[in-house]
Design a protein. Structure first.
Length: 130
């Protein structure tokens, strides 16, 4: 059985992100925004391009854009598991807030990277109607 990606983006992802957003205090998110944004953008892009280099080395015939698309799919970490383990271990509240905030933004970073790679594969620009 195959599920269309649009269904996942419309039905599955929003409740997960909403649940994570409800748990993050807004003031703490704003206070730690610089750290959260640097983690969610730099680490996701860095791990995606690290994956690209590994894929390119293992599969030299694959195109760069296809390697970037694959890297974008597997690069965002599962912060939900990290948050739950961190709370059980008694990590400091600021660190838990940073991880929860990073959880909200890293998926968006990976989706933008994926969309850019898919557009490069297709050889077209972004669809302005969406």
């Amino acid at each position: 059985m195959f599920v269309e990606p649009e269904w996942v983006l419309v039905i599955v992802l929003p409740p997960i992100l909403y649940s994570a957003a409800v748990n993050v205090p807004v003031m703490d998110f704003r206070r730690n925004f610089k750290v959260i944004s640097s983690l969610s953008v730099l680490l996701v892009v860095g791990s995606a391009f690290g994956t690209v280099l590994l894929i390119w080395w293992l599969l030299p015939g694959i195109g760069f854009a296809a390697a970037v698309a694959l890297g974008a799919v597997i690069s965002p970490p599962d912060a939900v598991a990290t948050t739950s383990i961190g709370k059980r271990l008694g990590l400091p509240p600021r660190l838990v807030t940073i991880v929860e905030g990073e959880e909200l933004v890293n998926d968006a970073t990976a989706l933008v990277l994926l969309r850019t790679a898919v557009a490069a594969i297709a050889g077209t620009g972004y669809d302005t109607n969406s």
